[in-house]
Design a binder for this molecule. Structure first.
Ligand code: 1CP
Length: 351
């Protein structure tokens, strides 16, 4: 994969190489919190926006320009592949993804057909090529992403956002074979999407398993881990660093490391020092400033950023939030945090 020293800062940090300073980006850095996004979004749905390469590329680049982050993340959603295969998903304002005909039995699985991004979603490759054309010369990498099978399954089975995922867990417990088949179809969709994203120029991938924290350890081990291990084995062929992220996963971190991911995203509920004890040293950590801190006064933000940096490992670390940027975040705050991270992590010595 070329000279390691020429790789972007984020990629080197994810590989666990010594770096001159800590890379920083924010989950959900594009979109809702930015006035320039709200202006551009005035008409049309999110899914329509994602079908227009120029617009989707522009929204992806907005936070790079405004905040000076070390990476862009593709502006898309975890459900766009389901939209592309005409599964019947809609993103309802103020709610999130809603599915017209939820998955309840084996017959519903047939509607989850194979996903070929170049046929079903030509905008995906075109958007990434447009982004990379602009970012490449600046040496800033693009992060590609996909929804993890469990989190996508939760939308498909519940029919929309859910706090407890009770229908999803009921299917998992009552009909493990059906649930496994569902997860494996969703895994194939994620792999297809990420393969195209990397082929088009994404240099890092992140798998969002946002709602996995509702499972117990034994449920995760039995029903989800084997699927995730196969998913990450397939992604290994892409030759780019792979991050797994979920919310409320303090009790699952060692199992998330067992998926084979190169980096584990940590939410704000657990101290990075404790996370480090659960995730083996060879794997990077990413996180974990509480997104609510971004709404606090400047001196609180500074103290919290310094606290996270003090708890972070010396190597194999990427500064981020513990979950996505909140829509009400003042647009100048992420850039201030970028400057703080730069200033206070630049002293790390190169080995
Ligand atoms: O129309 C809109 O503007 C509605 C808000 C919105 C946006 C901007 C949704 C609906 N999705 C998105 C884009 C999106 N989705 C991005 C990229 C842009 C960004 O930086 O905001 C990303 C990375 C996602 C990924 C995503 N979608 C996740 C995983 C990450 C996470 O935050 O946990 C999940 C769980 C979704 C589902 C989803 N889509 C939209 C909403 C409101 C939700 C969450 C609903 C719920 O609470 O279950």
């Amino acid at each position: 994969m070329g000279d390691p020293s020429s790789a972007p800062l984020l990629v080197r940090a994810l590989r666990g190489e010594p770096v001159e300073r800590t890379p920083v980006w924010f989950m959900r850095q594009a979109g809702r919190s930015l006035p320039e996004y709200r202006e551009l979004r005035q008409s049309g749905s999110l899914l329509e926006l994602c079908r227009q390469p120029e617009l989707a590329a522009e929204v992806t680049l907005q936070p790079v320009r405004r905040h000076g982050v070390d990476a862009a993340i593709l502006f898309s959603d975890i459900v766009t592949p389901l939209d592309a295969i005409d599964f019947g998903v809609e993103i309802k304002p103020g709610i999130g993804p809603v599915v017209a005909q939820p998955v309840r039995d084996k017959a519903d699985l047939a509607r989850l057909r194979d996903f070929d991004p170049d046929v079903d979603m030509p905008a995906l490759r075109a958007t990434i090529e447009a982004i990379v054309a602009e970012l490449g010369p600046q040496g800033i990498p693009l992060i590609g992403f996909a929804g993890a099978p469990f989190t996508l399954a939760s939308y498909l089975v519940e029919g929309g956002p859910s706090k407890q995922q009770s229908l999803t867990k009921a299917m998992m417990l009552a009909d493990p074979a059906l649930f496994d088949a569902l997860l494996r179809r969703l895994s194939a969709i994620a792999v297809a999407s990420l393969r195209t994203q990397v082929d088009a120029g994404a240099q890092v991938v992140q798998v969002f398993d946002s709602w996995i924290g509702t499972l117990s350890r034994s449920q995760y081990e039995r029903f989800v881990l084997p699927v995730m291990q196969d998913l990450f084995t397939e992604l290994a062929e892409l030759g780019v660093p792979r991050t797994i992220f979920g919310v409320g996963t303090g009790h699952l971190l060692d199992l998330l490391a067992q998926t084979g991911a190169d980096c584990v995203g940590i939410d704000w509920r657990i101290d990075l020092r404790d996370a480090r004890k659960l995730v083996p040293d060879g794997k990077a950590l990413q996180g974990n400033l509480d997104p609510a801190v971004m709404l606090a006064p400047r001196e609180v933000i500074e103290a919290e950023v310094l606290r996270v940096l003090a708890e972070a490992p010396d190597r194999g670390y990427v500064f981020n939030l513990g979950h996505g940027v909140l829509p009400e975040t003042p647009p100048e705050v992420p850039g201030e945090i970028v400057r703080l991270v730069r200033e206070h992590s630049a002293t790390t010595t190169l080995a």
